[in-house]
Design a protein around this ligand. Structure first.
Ligand SMILES: Cc1ncc(COP(=O)(O)O)c(C=O)c1O
Length: 494
């Protein structure tokens, strides 16, 4: 069967109950256009294939930038690149004059290799080697310091730094909100950070150690805008004290965690949660594979706890959410002449990617179960939450109506375990599905396509195709080429 140049048709398929995604026009075009070539592209580059659309990323960035500058005298965005590895998003960030948040030595080297200005980079890596810190110090990259040990590494790296002091932001945490401390394993405790700075030494000692504290940085779990506002207020008070000690702090960096609303319709989200609980209580047939709990604790007919799921529908998201924070903090930041920095990842990537996979088999069991086997594995559309809760799009290889019968089943992947489900939800195909069809998982650019991707079983990593240009992202250059860029840069730092 020649699948390289079939005519295509996009057919509705959905979970039961459905969770219809918000859909970007570029994706509808890419999957719907007669002869769009998606089948040929998957045949050429392999399955799954990540489609990315940097122009959507740029639009998101501009919306945040415009909003920030409306409220604040000084506002900067640092794209958290860990959310997607494609280099096109780094280039788009650079083109817009925004900053970059890097989480590893490799991310740093790749950005510098593209010519990203080092002064517009912050390194927030959770664990930092001496080599990474040395690279940051040598190039003037701001380092978000998480511990005393990291501070010592910066001091060691600054020994021969005669010209510019190392640029340091102190990561802080443990903010008090509604009388309770917010838990974190990161950073210095906000209540004690002034003492910590002083116990390292006076301003003169910091200067002779070759270090300059440029700002405070934090990143909070969850999406509560009032917690962000409280954390910014508490940070500004600490900055007041540090400024009194002579440190010239210029910014508060509120990290990322900007919420994204992936779904069209709140009632579908609430309906799904309700029906899932009902299925777990045994009141209706399962809607997930083997009645998967998605993180609830189930005992008999009782359902406890919370699901381990990203909230795919959120009332307040992206710029609406940011505006709420800005209203709370703008006056205090402006009157102190402080810059607000932020590090969104997911929200900048909202709508900027999708993952397309080929159906390899459709299998029926006597007891009525059906499995649709995809040429991909679950690490290629996963984060730490239990499921990806958006209905896929079905792109047929041939339009042969009479050949297709309605079918409901589970999408399974290529790893060899019983738990290898691409989606835990049962998916209904009103007009059937067959080997050779394609399924597109929408809006996967923010974390889903890359965060957990693995090469287990020696499967190659998915390629990343620029949807508009039809060219591969430079991250897909031969890995040897990339590592040679990285090695050269490291040598020049030493
Ligand atoms: C320090 C830091 N900054 C920024 C981000 C990006 O967060 P998000 O993609 O949710 O906006 C993260 C995510 O874990 C982070 O740890």
């Amino acid at each position: 069967m020649d699948l390289s140049t079939p005519s295509t048709e996009v057919i509705e398929c959905h979970g039961d109950p459905p969770l219809r995604p918000r859909m970007e026009p570029w994706l509808l075009e890419a999957v719907a256009e007669e002869g769009s070539g998606l089948h040929a592209k998957v045949a050429e580059y392999g399955s799954p294939l990540n489609l990315i659309e940097p122009s959507v990323f740029t639009d998101n960035l501009r919306v945040f930038q415009t909003l920030g500058s409306r409220h604040l005298n000084q506002f900067s965005i640092y794209f958290a690149r860990k959310a997607n590895k494609a280099l096109s998003f780094v280039s788009a960030t650079m083109q817009e004059g925004a900053g970059l948040d890097v989480a590893s030595h490799e991310e740093l080297d790749q950005a510098l290799g593209l010519g990203f200005p080092p002064g517009k980079i912050i390194c927030t890596a959770a664990v930092k080697s001496q080599a990474l810190i040395q690279a940051c110090v040598d190039r003037g990259v701001v380092i978000a310091i998480d511990s005393d040990d990291e501070l010592q590494k910066v001091e060691a790296a600054s020994v021969d730094q005669k010209v510019e002091p190392a640029q340091v932001a102190l990561r802080v945490g443990g903010f008090t909100v509604d009388g309770k401390k917010l838990f974190t394993r990161f950073g210095f405790e906000i209540d004690r950070v002034v003492d910590d700075v002083q116990s390292f030494g006076s301003l003169a000692r910091w200067m002779s150690a070759g270090m300059q504290i440029r700002g405070l940085h934090f990143h909070l779990d969850g999406y509560d805008y009032l917690q962000r506002a409280a954390a910014i207020h508490q940070s500004t008070q600490v900055i007041d004290e540090l400024r009194r000690l002579g440190h010239e702090l210029e910014f508060v960096d509120m990290g990322g965690g900007f919420p994204v609303c992936y779904l069209e319709d709140e009632s579908e989200w609430l309906g799904f949660l309700e029906q899932h609980r009902s299925a777990l209580r045994g009141e209706r047939p399962p809607i997930t594979h083997r009645n998967h709990s998605l993180g609830y604790h189930v005992e008999g007919e009782m359902v406890y706890g919370k699901p381990k799921l990203y909230p795919f529908y959120q009332e307040s998201a992206k710029e609406g959410w940011l505006e709420r924070i800005l209203r709370e903090v703008a006056e205090s930041l402006n009157e102190r002449n402080l810059e607000l920095r932020c590090e969104p990842g997911r929200a900048l990537l909202d709508g900027a990617g999708a993952t397309v996979a080929r159906v390899e088999f459709v299998k029926h069991f006597e007891d009525g179960r059906n499995y649709i086997g995809l040429a991909m594995n679950r690490t290629q559309c996963r984060t730490s939450s239990e499921d990806f809760l958006l209905d896929p799009l079905l792109i047929r290889s041939r339009i042969v109506e009479e050949d297709y019968n309605e079918l409901s089943g589970y999408l399974v992947g290529a790893y060899c375990t019983e738990s290898e489900l691409i989606l835990q939800r049962k998916i209904k195909f009103p007009k059937g599905v067959k080997a050779g069809d394609l399924l597109a998982l929408p809006n996967t650019a923010g974390y889903f396509m890359h965060f957990l991707e693995s090469r287990s079983h020696q499967f190659p990593l998915a390629k990343n195709l620029l949807a508009g240009l039809g060219a591969l992202d430079p991250i897909d250059l031969e890995s040897e080429l990339l590592s040679s860029v990285s090695i050269n840069d490291q040598v020049s730092y030493l």
